[in-house]
Design a protein around this ligand. Structure first.
Ligand code: BGC
Length: 761
């Protein structure tokens, strides 16, 4: 009885502010939010700006919210993350809806960055598919599964451009290129939101981390970022903007500083650029305690940094509770205004309105859905296809791959039978027990027809101190009781009996991701020794490198007959890898981040500007821009990836030689599959602006198409270029194309040599 008395006023109040027809236009939403806000106290408004996590799941910071239940009941929580399943989310929502004074429902968030329970390859891998339809589909499936489990606000996509593979989080993004990154940003937002947030199987997407997080100095996580505005606008901002243009509901601010001011308190970034220039109308959430972290950045005490963040345009404070505990005082002291608080509160309430939560706060909590929608056979099928499509064939001497489904294969390496390392970093909602190992994948695909001899051969790392740092979320590096020599000997014994050796080496999943920066991105020494020993046997050697970042694997490239880059490919890794190795799928992945020869070449990327003293080919030339000890070229360039077949490019034709501001130019090329397999090719188009008012990259990706070409066939691939595609930001940050000469290059990677010229009037 006591409870009912408590619940009734809240329910009545909520019912009194039920929207008549949610989603029926901005004016309805405004009227609804105005009405609701007129009933709110200042404390309740500040409460909406508070995002909590009760702990229990995997956390990325040292602080956890406390007294969550009483805070919810007191109207001090706007959103929550780290609570999963319809039952638990419903219980928590009930506290807000039935026990807080106004009964305002909460947002339920999570990081669902490469699948929910059906874990897809990590984002850098997915990007390597260059397949926008596929990427959108994986996001759509992730949304369906997450919403079935009560989560409807996603902290994804991460679109930070990165040209530094030392940075562990390069694995969470799409790589180095702003054009490709923008297409992927759009595909993911579309996949999550499906242009319709009112559906119960779509979720609100958050683009992160705004901004420039991928350019942390020296690849060290959370580090300072300092770059010119020209570079920001031309090279690093485009994917965030693309997500905004696609209608993303939320933006997450980044940990780093931008031009001297931490992103979470940077008004120029969060208001002038994001809202005033780009027209973003959703809400901005901080990253995990990033408001509080501005104290360490030297921006003042908690009250000062919280006021700074609010005034900069940050609406919701993740975990740190700077807003909750200081904004009222700042209001009394005139450091923030009621209008500042109202604006942030309005944006959070609008997000809830758009999600239909005021119509039905329990709409995502359906007990029947998890069993129906999560980890279905259909979803796993997409995960298997996706995983196969992300693998990049880097070398294939004498067509060693695909292997025949007969004979004896030595399958060796620390990642062959390592279920804990298949899903990839930052898959907090995935479960390793569902992952298919490489060993199982081989068994599934070749059954009895191949005699597979298995040996571990080496640990991922022999160093217990290093292993302890990697194993914070569970055992990823498990050091064998046997000596390294005994393990190598076992592998060699298997190799000697085999027709071919497949060595699966690389990184444990937590060697990439957040707070996993490395200064040495080669294989750990014990794995190098294994590859060297296997190569010495003289048996044909396939090296499979599994990692979340580009690695310096020059030596392995020399030693191996075939080299396949596999990333951490998600729940179906083992099956998909076997599909590729045995030719059931012909690899079509292409790199989206350059592989350096050594760490000294970093930052490394294809879209280089020329210097006044360009290097002369591969050779060292005195007084040119080059190194004494290594060539300027990478180990593997952006866009690179082989197939079991070959593609020949011919007849690059432009339908006109002069483009104007109002028309378009058609660029066509014929691509012939001259090999022995059907296959897909990512046809890439790059443009060089020959003379401009600022220094521009020697070539920039401006188009790509992934096409299937049966063996022996030729396909004509046609691209369309308009003046807008040639536009860039100038020194005054205006955006337009400059008339003049352009060269277009088309081919299968960023070194594409087929070229033609046109001019823009
Ligand atoms: C990460 C974000 C993530 C957040 C919540 C932070 O440490 O930087 O990407 O969304 O934690 O889990």
């Amino acid at each position: 009885m006591k409870k009912l008395i408590f619940i009734l006023p809240a329910l009545l109040l909520l019912m009194s502010c039920q929207p008549k027809e949610s989603g029926s236009g901005k004016s309805d939403m405004d009227a609804f939010v105005n009405d609701l806000m007129s009933k709110m106290t200042i404390q309740e408004k500040i409460g909406q700006l508070n995002l909590v996590t009760p702990g229990g799941g995997i956390l990325t910071g040292s602080v956890v919210s406390t007294d969550v239940e009483s805070k919810i009941k007191n109207g001090q929580v706007g959103g929550i993350f780290g609570v999963y399943g319809p039952e638990k989310t419903r219980q928590a929502q009930k506290l807000a809806v039935e026990e807080s004074r106004l009964g305002i429902p909460m947002l339920f968030g999570s990081d669902v960055i490469h699948g929910y329970k059906t874990t897809f390859p990590l984002p850098l891998g997915l990007a390597s598919s260059w397949d926008m339809e596929l990427i959108e589909k994986t996001a759509q499936i992730a949304a369906k599964e997450a919403t079935a489990d009560g989560i409807f606000w996603n902290f994804s996509p991460m679109v930070d451009i990165s040209r530094d593979p030392r940075w562990g989080r390069i694995s969470e993004g799409s790589g180095e290129d702003p054009y490709l990154g923008s297409q992927i940003a759009r595909a993911m937002v579309k996949g999550y939101q499906q242009d319709d947030l009112t559906r119960s199987n779509t979720m609100m997407s958050t683009v992160k981390h705004f901004a420039l997080y991928g350019a942390s100095e020296a690849g060290r996580d959370y580090n300072t970022v300092d770059m010119s505005r020209l570079r920001m606008f031309n090279d690093y901002f485009p994917p965030y903007k693309a997500a905004v243009d696609e209608g993303v509901g939320c933006v997450m601010s980044s940990f780093n500083d931008v031009d001297g001011v931490p992103a979470s308190g940077n008004k120029w970034l969060l208001t002038d650029v994001l809202r005033n220039q780009w027209g973003f109308d959703g809400f901005v959430v901080s990253d995990y305690t990033s408001v509080n972290e501005m104290i360490a950045h030297g921006m003042g005490d908690l009250q000062a940094v919280s006021a700074l963040a609010l005034k900069a345009g940050l609406d919701m404070d993740m975990v740190g509770e700077g807003f909750l505990t200081t904004l009222e005082k700042s209001l009394e002291e005139g450091k923030v205004s009621e209008a500042d608080i109202n604006l942030a509160c309005r944006r959070v309430l609008e997000a809830k309105y758009k999600l239909g939560l005021f119509d039905d706060p329990y709409r995502y909590f359906d007990d029947a859905r998890p069993a129906k929608d999560i980890l279905t056979a259909e979803n796993r099928k997409v995960a298997r296809e996706a995983a196969a499509r992300t693998m990049v064939l880097l070398k294939n001497e004498e067509q060693l791959l695909p292997l025949k489904k007969s004979g004896t294969i030595a399958l060796v390496g620390p990642l062959v039978d390592s279920r804990n390392n298949m899903l990839g970093t930052w898959a907090p909602t995935g479960e390793t027990r569902y992952a298919v190992t490489v060993k199982e994948g081989f068994e599934n695909v070749v059954g009895e027809s191949v005699n597979v001899l298995y040996a571990r051969g080496a640990n991922i790392s022999d160093d217990p101190e290093f292993a302890a740092k990697i194993n914070v979320f569970g055992p990823k590096i498990e050091i064998d009781e046997r000596s390294p020599e005994a393990m190598i000997n076992e592998a060699l014994a298997a190799a000697k009996k085999a027709d071919v050796v497949v060595a699966v080496v690389g990184e444990a999943t937590e060697m990439t991701g957040e707070s996993s920066s490395l200064t040495d991105i080669s294989l750990p020494e014990c794995q190098k020794k294994l590859v060297r020993a296997l190569a010495k046997t003289g048996k044909p050697l396939v090296v499979v490198n599994m990692s979340g970042r580009p690695m310096t694997i020059g030596e392995e490239n020399e030693l191996a007959d075939a080299l396949l880059q596999v990333w951490h490919a998600g729940v179906e890794t083992g099956n998909a890898l076997a599909d590729v190795i045995f030719g059931d799928y012909n690899p079509s992945g292409k790199l989206t981040a350059t592989f350096p020869r050594n760490v000294g070449q970093i930052p490394i990327y294809y879209a280089l500007r020329n210097t006044g003293r360009p290097q002369d080919g591969e050779q060292f030339t005195k007084f040119k821009s080059n190194y004494l000890d290594v060539s300027n070229t990478p180990l593997f360039p952006f866009g690179y990836g082989l197939s079991y077949t070959r593609f020949e490019y011919k007849e690059l034709v432009l339908d006109k030689s002069t483009l104007t501001n109002t028309d378009e130019i058609k660029v066509s090329v014929s691509v012939t599959n001259t090999g022995n397999f059907d296959g897909e090719e990512v046809v890439q188009l790059y443009v060089r602006d020959e003379v401009a008012s600022i220094t521009l990259p020697l070539r920039e990706l401006k188009g790509f198409q992934k096409v299937f070409i049966p063996k022996g066939d030729t396909k004509e691939v046609v691209f369309t270029l308009r003046a807008g595609d040639l536009a860039f930001y100038h020194s005054d940050l205006s955006f337009s194309a400059e008339p003049g000469e352009f060269t277009v290059f088309v081919g299968g990677d960023s070194n594409a040599s087929l070229s033609a010229k046109f001019s823009l009037e």
